[in-house]
Each structure stands twice: as structure tokens, then as C-alpha cells.
Design a protein. Structure first.
Length: 210
């Protein structure tokens, strides 16, 4: 398989996706895909999945375009919702050398920061040449994420989901519901990623089951 990573990135950009990492697994190559910013949310909101009234428009958009991309590149599309057993997206992300466990437990990405999300992946037969791995950005960061959560729901050891949901549904002093998780958005890398508050609000509604 002779497809270069640059060619894959170019093909992904047509769907406003970006290569968020890549790794070898056996004789295959796993390509992790995430939103390409700026402009991802404006792009997907214009797509048919956001206008047909059915549930899970973002997941359905991702499945459609990544499946088409896999066909184009003669590979297989993989999604976080496939399973059980579910694909090891977190392990893949860590093995890609472009994502790490942050001080608050969530993954941090070298370009998306704490706003990292994986829309899906491509499994390609053969070993695509991979670039050098990045350095963990948290090592030299002031780590403002540690004290950003208004209810201390985050931590390297555990995530208090109940406390997080209770805050967002009640006082929400940090405006997490409308513009995104306070810890995620205070990350210096997140602030450079250009993710719109509207997208964060969409994910927060999904988190609350709305």
C-alpha cells in the first residue's frame, strides 16, 4: 500500500477532517481522524444529516464521509461506537504519539488540546510512513486545567460524572453548557484550535442526554 500520509490528509480535508494521529498495528496502519479547524462546524451543519430530523446527526455524518473515504483509499472505516467489543481509540491515540493523558485525566492532543475528539479511523493494509512523534505539551505548561473545573469533577485518578452533570444542569457558574467545559477551553492548545462554542454546546447536550 503506497498511499502517503500527505495524500490521506488531503483526501480527509475534503470532508473537513484532519489526520489526528497514525500508528502501525501489525501489518496495518491506523489513521485517526478528527475535525479540521477552523470551519468544521459550519461545514457539518450544512450537511443533510443536520436537516433530516433524525438523531445523532454528527455521528451519522462521520460514518457517511469516513466510510466513503475508506472506500476511496481501499481501507476499512472504524468508529468509536463499533462494538462491543469497541475499538481501542484511547489506546490508539496514546500510541500515535500525538495525544497524552492530561493532568485532569482527559486526553490532550498536540493541535486540538483538550478539545480533541475522534470522529473515526481508517484501517489501511500495509505500513504508511509515519512522522516523528510530538512532545507532550503538558510537560512545560502551567496546567491551568487543574483548577478550572468549578466543582472539581476532574482529576487524573477519576472523573465525577454525577457532579459534572449536576453543575451543568443547575448553577453552571462557568457557562460549561453554552460554551464548553471550563477545563477543556482553558487549555492553551484548545484556545488555538478555533472550535466554535456551538459545537461544544452540541456535545454538552449529548452528554446530558438531551
Amino acid at each position: 500500500m503506497n498511499t502517503a500520509l500527505e495524500q490521506i490528509e488531503k483526501a480527509a480535508r475534503r470532508a473537513h477532517l484532519a489526520v489526528f494521529g497514525a500508528l502501525h498495528e501489525g501489518e496495518d496502519t491506523i489513521i485517526l481522524l478528527g475535525p479540521h479547524e477552523p470551519g468544521f462546524w459550519a461545514h457539518v451543519e450544512a450537511e443533510p444529516e443536520f436537516h433530516d430530523g433524525a438523531r445523532d446527526p454528527l455521528d451519522r455524518f462521520s460514518r457517511r464521509v469516513i466510510t466513503a473515504l475508506a472506500r476511496e483509499l481501499i481501507g476499512t472505516a472504524v468508529f468509536p461506537s463499533d462494538g462491543p467489543p469497541y475499538p481501542p481509540f484511547i489506546a490508539w491515540a496514546l500510541a500515535s504519539g500525538r495525544a497524552w493523558a492530561s493532568p485532569v485525566g482527559m486526553l490532550v492532543h498536540d493541535t486540538a488540546g483538550l478539545f480533541v475528539s475522534y470522529r473515526g479511523a481508517l484501517r489501511l493494509s500495509g505500513k504508511v510512513a509515519l512522522p516523528s512523534q510530538s512532545a507532550n505539551p503538558c510537560l512545560e505548561c502551567a496546567k491551568p486545567c487543574i483548577n478550572a473545573c468549578p466543582v472539581d469533577a476532574l482529576g487524573a485518578a477519576a472523573y465525577d460524572v454525577a457532579a459534572c452533570r449536576a453543575h451543568v444542569r443547575a448553577t453552571d457558574t462557568a457557562a460549561c453548557r453554552s460554551i464548553g467545559c471550563a477545563a477543556r477551553r482553558i487549555c492553551p492548545l484548545s484556545q488555538r484550535y478555533a472550535r466554535l462554542p456551538e459545537q461544544s454546546a452540541f456535545h454538552m447536550r449529548a452528554f446530558l442526554g438531551e
